[in-house]
Design a protein around this ligand. Sequence first.
Ligand code: ADP
Ligand code: ASP
Ligand code: MG
Length: 438
Amino acid sequence: MIVMKFGGTSVGNALRIREVVGIVKSQLGNGPIVVVSALGGITDTLIEMGKQAASGKDVSVMLDQIVKRHYDAIDELKLERKIIAPEVEQLGKLVGDIFMLAELSPRNLDKLMSFGERMSARIVAACMRSYGLDGEAYDAYDIGMITTSNFGDADMTSYTYQRIRKALAGKNCIPVITGFLGKSKEGEITTLGRGGSDYTASIVGAAVGAKEIQIWTDVNGIMTADPKIVKSARSIDEVSYKEATELAMLGAKVLHPKTILPAVENNIPVRILNTFNPSHRGTLVLNSVGAGSRITSITYKKHIMAISISSTGKVDSREFLRRVLEVFERNGVPVDLVSNSKIGVSVTIDERDEGPKLMAELQAIGKVEAKSNRARVSLVGNDLLYMPDILQDMYTSLKSIEIEMVSSSVSKKNKSVVIAEKYADKAVKRLHTTFFSR
Ligand code: ADP
Ligand code: ASP
Ligand code: MG
């Protein structure tokens, strides 16, 4: 068996969906299980519609547009609109409820987002049937994806693998499973975090003991940089599980950060492939790739905030770092980079996590200086510790761009700098030229 996951652009319209069916058809002999994302852009639009409805705006036009996107695909594929009729009805009702409540709770947000994958899975499965393949749509939670109940960032629970394995055992069809979605034990729909369909694919792959997990996307695999920024970025034939995880954690959107774990635990190769160029070999992610030092890729993360807290003597210097980090923990704000010195500590967080309570608590400990609109740019690779000139080369390449913070990972897998966000693309390009064009 293999798992084939198709992302948003890969199922973006009727033409793309036909391509997907063709790709699945070409691998029938491998026993495909398909996982799909929502049609490209739909999750963002659903979120926006939810926010607007909660703020009292009339969202009927937006709702019509979302439904029309799906109907257009259905009509072009010569399928019947009724295959998504229950979802269209429920979506309309939920939006009405959100409007009445004047609030978009995390629970309703997850429920709202779920319609994207629920509609796409039904369309893809029906399209398969129209081409003579036995596609059958399944909502992930109906085949065992029971998760924790933290909406927006839910995770699988114990026995998820067993439940999925049991649910899929003996099915002779090609299951087309909704990515991204689960249900809590209480029966509420949850989501696995943005981009989470990759994670669904690897969970399903681990559950059934797949021979391979294929992540079909819109680029030729994992590349030396985001090709949207660096036109000359190249795809990388093979990366290790560890490199792939580091890349994903540091912002390379091509893979959801949690994807690799289920694959590692079960030693299943993950292959990243391009639906727009299916014959390209893409990137194979496996356990061990020729060891040794190498730089794999340049990644970046925008929308971060750098916060410096300097000691004013209010808190014992031996307790300072702990007290600062406790504030972030108490407020449930994940800290990304940390740079510590005797006089203070600097950290970076996701800009969206900032709040008045967090700031007030930090101000009670020391003098706080916060800068938003920052970006982290990272060199990711293997055994970077043994490449002594790397930081020097990084500095030289970034020259006039002010480096506000530097961090080297203990895992020896990345070197990161924090800079003003407006320079992020330029920095990624320059680093790519320095490290990949020589
Ligand atoms: P999907 O909808 O298929 O899940 P995503 O948009 O989530 O696709 O991820 C693919 C995108 O990731 C690419 O279009 C590319 O712009 C971006 N990306 C960022 N960093 C990298 C990288 N190092 N290699 C490949 N793609 C990258
Ligand atoms: N549709 C979801 C998102 O846009 C999940 C995914 O595409 O992986 O985040
Ligand atoms: Mg994705």
